[in-house]
Design a protein around this ligand. Structure first.
Ligand SMILES: Nc1ncnc2c1ncn2[C@@H]1O[C@H](COP(=O)(O)OP(=O)(O)O)[C@@H](O)[C@H]1O
Ligand SMILES: [Mg+2]
Length: 191
């Protein structure tokens, strides 16, 4: 079927877009357990970059599951597809010249490797690090309690695996650093 589908090139290049925006496109990929702080940090980083005149957009796991990825669950296959789709979208946004912040648990190394491969240059993996106990104590949405009681299954860190990144560009330890320091460290790295 794809035999009949051909790439149709445009007349505005990535370089044209970068020149217009005065920046390069980036994919900033936050990975970590539920409750580690991905969304909270990404929100403040987005605001910080915006205030510095950067074109920035945030793709949040929970938000994307409301729309583009509604209908996907938390099985291994669905999680893979969840990440595959958001990686594709992130690459499009990066190609549009945006600093694209992606905050998804993205628990498996292979999933993040796929995103990195698709993005090519300008991919920054940030490990938002906090141990399960710290995340469970925060439990901002009461999910750990539900996971531990068995009300929800396939929950990362409880009943589904999380593979720590081997070589992330940055590690942010939210169990010991304040939110302000975490945000400042990310902004410093990006800028
Ligand atoms: N240093 C920190 N960085 C980010 N969040 C923190 C930090 N310290 C405490 N928190 C709290 O941890 C919780 C993280 O929740 P959230 O950002 O929704 O996590 P995630 O998106 O990774 O599931 C929030 O309630 C936040 O206020
Ligand atoms: Mg989140």
């Amino acid at each position: 079927m794809t035999d009949n589908i051909k790439w149709h090139s445009g007349r505005v290049t990535y370089q044209d877009r970068c020149k217009l925006l005065g920046q390069k496109g980036l994919v900033v990929w936050f990975t970590g357990l539920s409750g580690s702080g991905k969304s909270t940090i990404a929100v403040d980083v987005e605001r910080g970059l915006f205030e510095q005149g950067r074109a920035v957009y945030r793709l949040d796991g929970d938000n994307v599951r409301h729309g583009l990825n509604a209908g996907l669950g938390f099985s291994k296959d669905d999680r893979d597809e969840n990440i595959r789709r958001v990686a594709e979208v992130a690459v499009l946004f990066k190609d549009a010249g945006l600093i694209t912040l992606v905050s998804f648990i993205s628990p498996l190394r292979a999933q993040r490797a796929l995103a990195r491969e698709k993005a090519g240059e300008g991919f920054i993996e940030i490990y938002v690090k906090a141990d399960v106990e710290t995340c469970a104590k925060r439990d901002p949405r009461g999910l750990y309690e539900k996971a531990r009681s068995g009300e929800i299954s396939d929950f990362t860190g409880v009943s589904a695996p999380y593979e720590e990144p081997d070589h992330p560009e940055l590690i942010i330890n939210t169990a010991v650093m304040s939110l302000e320091d975490c945000v400042a460290a990310v902004l410093k790295f990006i800028l």
